[in-house]
Ligand binder design. Structure first.
Ligand SMILES: Nc1ncnc2c1ncn2[C@@H]1O[C@H](COP(=O)(O)OP(=O)(O)OP(=O)(O)O)[C@@H](O)[C@H]1O
Length: 624
């Protein structure tokens, strides 16, 4: 077995005789470099004379790379402290392999090879053959060039260690090199160079991203400020601007294209993360795969204006208003429970899990399903199907399509199902709790395979569909009574969302205002009338409220809904329709007695003002 020196000697002789580089004789990085040298027309028998640029040109090059040069010099001084006494010369070279600065320790600087590594010396690989500085600049990889590995035998008495300094976009900013006598064998020197180069890269990143919000993250608190921390920067609207090398390694598998939204990388909407950062002493973030990181945020000034302003109530509006545009709902969502559901959607949607929405009839389940479709930014359509409205064979035909003549009454040509229409879009399975059992089996098969097989057919087609199901049925009870398959429940309910009943929502006033503005933009509602309405039971939820408002708008005189209109429509206590709640009775009672008091206990006047009968006023006057 040949020693390394003998292998290199043999290879050099082959090259001198015009032969080819044998990659088996030498480390691949060196073999590639020697090959490039041959292709550049270098002759291993003719060592080129040293190349040196003038002072003026050197000054210009330093000015051109001013930022990198500044950070490199600072790092070289810190490296010098670490390797003092070990006879090394540290050089910073630009992307073209020209030395811009050096710092030396011991005798090496005054030795013959040391004298060749000075500011202005050109070590470009295509001119000076394989050398750490020039070859690192050519290949953008850290490398060691020991003695005879230099293309020209004249440099066989030097060993050099070089690491590239890269901008966040992968462009080469410069090279850090340590050279010494070839007898020096320092196993840690390359690691030291790489760390120093990463320090420079991070300093460059922070300087170049000073107008952006920078997130520094690491899985361990104590290493947050070390070179192994990841750096990502975002613009003020939460779109990705730049990523450092380490962040790319840590977040491997997550798309990091410029413009990617914050919440497509981390599992929290941008504004919520900013709010947490300002409220928490040790903020953390999870990435899309669930890994948690300690986080440090830089450049506060860029985003302070985005945080909820003082005086504005914390919560609802602030959080929803701060969601990225795609995650903002088109409906009122100031209630804390509704907001939680929106946050869940914002966090989960990019993973395409099936969503199961539960809530009483009319609570806005379909609206929420449409919101999921919008937040998913899918290109295809939103397709809704009512799973409780059709007998099983028609439901399956509707969902998966059918081939011609599959059943009586089927079109001769067959038809494509809604699952195909929802390809690349969203399939909304409404009233899933009422789906016939046999169709549940077919649905389960579809969910497991994403394959659509038309009724009566054999050919399957794969689709990419976001599934959202909704129901007002108590599914646990349906499972217990064998009306709903338990496996389907778990398959559909990967992300479970609950919509509160309207009577339990804390944002009734906002819902009322927005609905009224939509139905009749010019109509106002008296605050006392709105208070009366808020106390109503609303068994039919949003749908019932909408229909009540429509009737109130039509009944209102002078474009203003007043308490009597509400009392008339929603019924008087004791009328026996049993719709109003206890709290409604209390509120109406309070309204009537207050009016009575302000009218000097004049029952007729109060009855006239409120538009109710004298009897009603008597009843309230007695009870309150
Ligand atoms: N937050 C909201 N603000 C205003 N209107 C709303 C809101 N949520 C729902 N609505 C309206 O209420 C009505 C019922 O909504 P939707 O059909 O989404 O409810 P649902 O829960 O799916 O009903 P069902 O259970 O009967 O299928 C629709 O007219 C919708 O526009």
């Amino acid at each position: 077995m040949l020693s390394r020196t003998e292998r290199l000697k043999r290879l050099r002789i082959t090259l001198m005789q015009g032969g080819q580089v044998d990659g088996n004789l030498v480390n691949p990085q060196i073999a590639e470099s020697w090959q490039r040298c041959i292709e550049s027309g270098l002759d291993p028998r003719v060592t080129p004379p040293p190349l040196q640029i003038g002072m003026r040109e050197l000054k210009q090059l330093r000015e051109r790379d001013e930022l990198t040069h500044r950070f490199a010099v600072a790092e070289m001084h810190s490296l010098y402290q670490q390797i003092a006494g070990s006879n090394f010369l540290i050089a910073f070279g630009n992307a073209e392999g020209t030395v811009l600065d050096t710092i030396a320790d011991g005798d090496f600087q005054s030795s013959r090879p040391g004298r060749g590594i000075v500011p202005g010396a050109v070590w470009k690989e295509s001119l000076r053959g394989t050398n750490a500085l020039g070859t690192c600049a050519a290949g953008r990889q850290p490398l060691i060039v020991h003695g005879e590995e230099h293309f020209f035998a004249a440099y066989s008495d030097v060993s050099c260690f070089a690491a590239p300094i890269l901008h966040s976009d992968g462009e080469l900013a410069g090279v850090l090199d340590a050279s010494s006598d070839c007898s020096a064998r320092h196993s840690h020197t390359l690691a030291l160079m790489r760390m120093a180069a990463t320090h420079i890269e991070n300093s460059l990143f922070l300087a170049q991203q000073e107008k952006h919000i920078v997130v520094l993250f690491h899985s361990r608190w104590e290493l947050l400020n070390s070179v192994s921390g990841g750096l990502v920067s975002f613009d003020a609207s939460g779109r990705l601007v730049a990523v450092n090398k380490r962040a790319r390694e840590i977040l491997r598998g997550i798309s990091l294209r410029p413009g990617t939204e914050f919440d497509a990388i981390f599992d929290t909407p941008f504004d919520l993360a900013l709010a947490e950062m300002s409220n928490s002493r040790q903020p953390t973030l999870r990435d899309g795969f669930g890994s948690r990181y300690a986080v440090h945020w830089r450049n506060r000034h860029s985003f302070e204006k985005r945080l909820p302003q003082a005086g504005k109530p914390a919560g609802a509006d602030a959080a929803v208003g701060g969601l990225p545009p795609s995650a903002k709902p088109d409906f009122v969502a100031n209630d804390a429970v509704v907001r939680q559901q929106l946050d869940k959607i914002a966090r989960a949607v990019r993973f395409k899990p099936p969503f199961l929405i539960r809530g009483e009839s009319g609570t806005g389940k379909e609206m929420l399903a449409r919101h999921i479709h919008k937040a998913s930014r899918r290109q295809g359509s939103f397709i809704a199907i009512n799973c409780g409205a059709l007998p099983e064979h028609l439901l399956e035909a509707e969902l998966f399509g059918y081939v011609g003549g599959a059943f009586t009454g089927a079109q001769r040509t067959g038809a494509e199902g809604l699952a195909i229409a929802a390809d690349r879009g969203t399939l909304f399975l409404d009233e899933i709790g009422d789906m016939p059992l046999s169709s549940q089996v077919a649905l389960l098969r579809f969910l497991d395979s994403s394959e659509v097989r038309p009724v009566g057919g054999h050919q399957v087609r794969k689709v990419d569909t976001q599934i959202v199901a909704a129901t007002n049925v108590d599914l646990e009870e349906a499972i217990a009574t064998k009306r709903f398959r338990e496996d389907l429940f778990y398959r559909l309910g990967v992300i479970r969302l609950e919509l509160p009943a309207l009577r339990d929502r804390t944002d009734f006033g906002a819902v009322l205002d927005s609905m009224l503005a939509e139905i009749s933009p010019g109509t106002q509602i008296d605050p006392a009338a709105a208070t009366l309405m808020a106390a109503f039971g609303w068994r039919g939820n949003m749908r019932e409220l909408r229909s009540a408002l429509l009737q109130l708008v039509m009944a209102a005189e002078g474009n203003r809904i007043v308490p009597p209109d509400v009392l008339d429509l929603l019924g008087h206590p004791g009328d026996g329709d049993g719709r109003e709640t206890h709290s409604l009775r209390t509120k109406i009672g309070r309204e009537v007695t207050e009016m009575l008091r302000s009218n000097g206990n004049n029952i007729s006047l109060t009855a006239r003002t409120l538009g109710v009968s004298r009897n009603t006023v008597y009843k309230y006057a007695r009870n309150f």
